[in-house]
Design a protein around this ligand. Sequence first.
Ligand code: COA
Length: 170
Amino acid sequence: MMVRRASLEDAAGIAAVQVRTWHAAYAGLLPQEHLDRRTVALRTTQWNDRLRLGEEDVFVACDPRGMIVAFATGLASSEPVEGFDGEIGAIYVLPVAQGQGLGKRLLSAVGMALRAKGFQSAWLRVLSDNTPARRFYEKLGAEIICETTEEIDGFLYREHFYGWRDLSKL
Ligand SMILES: CC(C)(COP(=O)(O)OP(=O)(O)OC[C@H]1O[C@@H](n2cnc3c(N)ncnc32)[C@H](O)[C@@H]1OP(=O)(O)O)[C@@H](O)C(=O)NCCC(=O)NCCS
């Protein structure tokens, strides 16, 4: 598997990974309607915009045929989280590609890209009930920063904020 920076042509491939992985990871955690509304077509449009805007460092992992199977993003912190200047925007690995080290390689690539831009740290948010992802972040040395409640489609969800104060440790 190859990890590389995303190009402008990757929007549809990233969107497909995002939608499939969301359904697998969040079924039962988020309302099904919330998942169903976020189609590959909608996500492709959003990713086209995001990639063209260029505000995020986006990395993808590809299988030997060149198909995108995972992606992760990093950016300047989008909200004030004390002591943290960068943010991990997303990380999704297709279920078939999980457990092969891709998540770790992608976060490492994002961490290096953020450091190259002068960021020292990064935080992320995760549904508190998303236990596998939390174990993954903890395995990679993230610390819990805080817990909060987020409203999604009229329902309240617990979220944990995790972070790395020193991106060189990621
Ligand atoms: C969470 C996720 C990104 C992890 O990526 P991955 O490619 O499966 O993880 P990796 O194979 O890179 O694992 C890296 C390390 O974390 C450990 N790890 C991964 N998942 C784990 C789990 N559920 N419990 C314990 N350890 C775990 C691995 O054993 C590995 O340890 P090692 O370095 O000692 O070998 C991926 O499984 C995923 O996309 N999940 C669904 C979507 C999701 O929840 N995304 C996060 C949204 S906030």
